[in-house]
Design a protein around this ligand. Structure first.
Ligand code: NAI
Length: 347
């Protein structure tokens, strides 16, 4: 049996970190049929479409995607392909686990925090216009439907995976209607999950609280923009953007991608850390029910990071992307796959 997966290598460091990840995923013995497509500027050159029809058809067929970052021009040009893909496939839940890796020392050891970000609306609706020259308006859309759906996702996840606390993060003191609606929805849903402690914090205070003591939080539930910003902040707890994975879940399909972007400053230099995309690939393996393969890579990653001989520059090493991937594959050959756990739950 093999899994058909839509592959979007992306641009910048995308192709480098996705190639490394594909090699490692294939080394588990799980078989994949990759359907690979360009997106963004590269796709536009080839197909005159930023999201080619073939890519859309592939995701509709496979229901699973693995994606590298795609560059979005700043202050003009085309709209974000990442945002467009999330909207197109109603990938409403952006899931970002922030967990330290053994062997990567940071100021905050032992962090285990999950960021759940609403992925389809808020200021990312991208509805902007110039009212008169010198005055622009950008609309923040918050709906009861999307706020309830993302809250339900977070609480269901917490219940299934025995998490203890959820904090809804907001700015409802200023945005009384929009963020007010968001927290009203999460508050309502929280009542159905009495075993999970529910709290609400204002987003600016949350930034300070996180830096002072990230351990006070278990899961953060945020609208789109706050989720984007706070997940980059949280990535620093575990060693930076090169390490933090992500998944975009909808009811029909899921696309797995790192939190980081296309990192133009290091693109094409074999310097990028593929761990974040690889850990997104591990989330994909768990989603597919391939828990054993997922844990095998986790064990190999832990080995490579503990040995510190083949780690990339962002975490204090000298290895390139390819050398790191080779080391993970070597470690998988020498480390036996961990025994299955009694109860493993598909995400
Ligand atoms: P970025 O995440 O690409 O880079 C920020 C910093 O982190 C840079 O110093 C970069 O070198 C470093 N970094 C990121 N990933 C790394 C990795 N795997 N290994 C080592 N270092 C890494 O953020 P930036 O510069 O703000 O955005 C660049 C482009 O990426 C923009 O066009 C942005 O729109 C796009 N982007 C795309 C995303 C996606 O496709 N999901 C997500 C975030 C940004």
């Amino acid at each position: 049996m093999s899994y058909k997966v839509t592959l979007i290598p992306g641009d910048g460091i995308g192709p480098e970190v996705v190639t490394a990840t594909v090699r490692i995923l294939e080394a588990t013995g799980v078989r994949f049929e990759w359907e690979s497509f360009a997106a963004g500027a590269e796709a536009y050159e080839k197909y005159h479409e930023y999201i080619p029809k073939e890519l859309t058809a592939s995701v509709e067929r496979t229901h699973v995607g693995l994606k590298g970052p795609v560059t979005t021009p700043i202050g003009g040009g085309f709209s974000s392909i990442n945002v467009a893909l999330r909207k197109q496939f109603e990938l409403f839940a952006n899931f970002r686990p922030i967990i330290n890796l053994p062997g990567v020392p940071t100021r905050y050891p032992g962090v285990d925090l999950i960021v759940v970000r609403e992925n389809t609306e808020g200021l990312y609706s991208g509805i902007e216009h110039e009212v008169v020259p010198g005055v622009v308006e950008s609309l923040k859309i918050i709906t009861e439907k999307a706020s309830t759906r993302i809250s339900r996702f977070a609480f269901e996840y917490a219940r299934r995976f025995k998490r203890k606390k959820i904090h809804a993060i907001h700015k409802a003191n200023i945005m009384k209607l929009s963020d007010g609606l968001f927290i009203r929805c999460s508050r309502n849903i929280s009542k159905e999950y009495p075993e999970i402690t529910y709290g609400e914090h204002i987003v600016d205070n949350t930034c300070m609280q996180l830096v002072m003591n990230p351990y006070q939080y278990d899961m953060l539930l945020l609208e789109n923009l706050y989720g984007d910003i706070i997940s980059d902040l949280c990535s620093a707890f575990v060693g930076g953007l090169g390490l933090v994975p992500g998944a975009n879940f909808g009811h029909e399909c899921a696309i797995f991608e790192a939190v980081h972007g296309s990192a133009p400053d290091i693109a094409g230099k074999d310097m990028a850390n593929p761990t974040a995309v690889l850990r997104s690939g591990i989330l994909m393996l768990h989603h597919l029910g391939e828990h054993q393969a997922g844990r095998h890579i986790e064990a190999a990653l832990a080995h490579v990071y503990t040995q510190k001989k083949h780690i990339t520059r962002d975490v204090g090493g000298t290895a390139g992307t390819t050398e790191f991937a080779d080391a993970v594959i070597d470690a998988m050959r020498t480390i036996a796959p961990p025994q299955p756990e009694l109860q493993e739950v598909e995400m």
